[in-house]
Ligand binder design. Structure first.
Ligand code: HEM
Length: 428
């Protein structure tokens, strides 16, 4: 088929899907379709409650399955009878290990693992603290700023760019292309979006090709250098590129929402914000865990049955999908008492599924936890007078959840003096 033919077929399919979601959501009140419409994106939690009332595993309108149950989601994510794709499906491009089953998944994940070990991540602490301090210096001198653009987004971007060893000259382009590629996590929205994705992907491939060359001749203390040093029978050039793009996108599109969702939740629960400000070092990591449970940045994932099987009394056929609604499982009343209440003092009796479960359990979670904990510690210590100031705009997305803009102001009378920074301190 010609390029034009392909584009038209794709556009027809995309707009057909949009129309079908609208019909099912607005007219038939289908809960899964409503999760994709604006009111459901703004607040999916009441819809999860409706779905929960229908049982632990239910059929979707397009013949797949969905679960809101913590027990079932956890079990499916750990069950080796499920995978992330059918083996006879050949992907259109070389896939990263997020979308591969063992044994390839195991081989590739193992290569990336050392960079995210607890010891390696502890080594990034100084760099994260310095970046946080610099960003807060700038924000504090501005007084009023967008928490997302001014703080939550640049932090993970700086950290992952550094970990990958991206030279400074390429960093801005990386940030731009990475954000566009990351937006595909929530599906392709329009033909213009497709064009942007193709262009960004080509640009990023080129930057990586140059970077691989550079690190072959001048190795550094970064992930790319260790990947190019691995022998070709352990990782091909294509796989290496796919892995770097995965790390880039995972580093960009998730931690930003964890930090922003945390600030949004805390500023909406003044007593808890005050408690955190009174003891930032003691409570920041608890606050991070409760945000991960209560309003996780990744709301869902899915698995494909690799064989016919039985689950929760239902017969599933090979190839059928189970959508595991992480955001719902994290509020399962069978696991969490009073699940809709945001409470940073909550004792976590079961681990939330914000980072998934099983063999695809988030590789970057120690890094994300550390970044978010330092971010909250320093925000609370330096800006106890932080308050919302302007219109909150949430992302237009179903899988990824978080604010696009969160305007805040720093009330000058309440700022404190505890500063970890190297940089100059602007007047508060
Ligand atoms: C708050 C921040 C983050 C959240 C909520 C998050 C969430 C997740 C989830 C839910 C998965 C599993 C997807 C599935 O099971 O299908 C995942 C996988 C992954 N994440 Fe994260 N992530 C975060 C931060 C990061 C960071 C900072 C990195 C690295 C820089 C990272 C790297 C990865 C990788 C490489 C995988 C694939 C693991 C595998 O397939 O074995 N993530 N993440």
């Amino acid at each position: 088929m010609s390029d034009l033919g392909q584009a038209l077929t794709f556009a027809a399919k995309l707009y057909g899907e949009h129309a079908s979601v609208r019909y099912a959501g607005y007219l038939r009140r289908d809960p899964m379709a409503r999760l994709e419409l604006r009111p459901g994106q703004l607040n999916p939690y009441p819809i999860y409650t409706e779905l929960r009332a229908q049982g632990s595993l239910t059929r979707t309108r397009n013949g797949h399955w969905v679960s809101t149950s913590h027990r079932v989601c956890d079990a499916v994510l750990r069950d080796r009878r499920f995978g992330v794709r059918l083996e006879d499906e050949s992907p259109e491009f070389e896939a990263s290990f997020l979308t591969r089953n063992p044994p390839d998944h195991t081989r590739l994940r193992r290569l990336a693992l050392p960079a995210f070990s607890p010891k390696a991540v502890a080594g990034y602490q100084d760099r994260i603290e310095r970046t946080v301090a610099n960003l807060l210096d700038r924000a504090q001198s501005a007084g009023q700023f967008d928490l997302v653009a001014g703080f939550a987004a640049p932090l993970p971007i700086a950290v992952i760019t550094d970990l990958l060893g991206i030279p400074d000259v390429d960093a801005a382009g990386f940030a731009r292309y990475g954000a566009i590629i990351g937006s595909a996590l929530d599906g392709v929205k329009s033909m213009r979006h497709v064009q942007q994705l193709i262009a960004s992907s080509a640009a990023i491939q080129e930057i990586f090709a140059n970077l691989f060359e550079l690190r072959r001749s001048e190795p550094g203390d970064d992930i790319v250098s260790s990947l190019v040093a691995a022998s070709p029978d352990r990782i091909s050039a294509e796989e290496m590129r796919a892995m770097c793009v995965l790390l880039l996108v995972a580093g960009f599109e998730t931690t930003v929402n964890l930090i922003s969702n945390a600030v949004l939740a805390l500023l909406g629960h003044d007593q808890q914000w005050q408690a955190l400000c009174a003891d930032p070092d003691g409570l920041a990591s608890r606050a991070v865990e409760e945000v991960l449970r209560w309003d996780p940045p990744v709301q869902r994932n899915e698995r494909i049955a690799l064989q016919d099987l039985e689950l929760e009394g239902h017969a599933l056929r090979r190839g059928e999908k189970v959508i595991t609604l992480i955001g719902a499982a994290n509020r399962d009343p069978l696991v969490y008492p009073d699940p809709d209440t945001f409470d940073i003092m909550r004792e976590h009796t079961a681990s939330h599924l914000a980072f998934s479960s099983g063999i695809h359990y988030c590789l970057g979670q120690p890094l994300a936890r550390l970044e978010a904990t330092i971010a909250l510690q320093e925000l609370a210590a330096r800006m106890p007078g932080l308050a919302r100031d302007g219109r909150l705009i949430m992302r237009n997305a179903t899988t990824i959840r978080g604010p696009l803009h969160l305007p805040v102001t720093v009330r000058p009378d309440k700022t404190t003096s505890r500063i970890i920074t190297a940089g100059a301190q602007a007047p508060g």
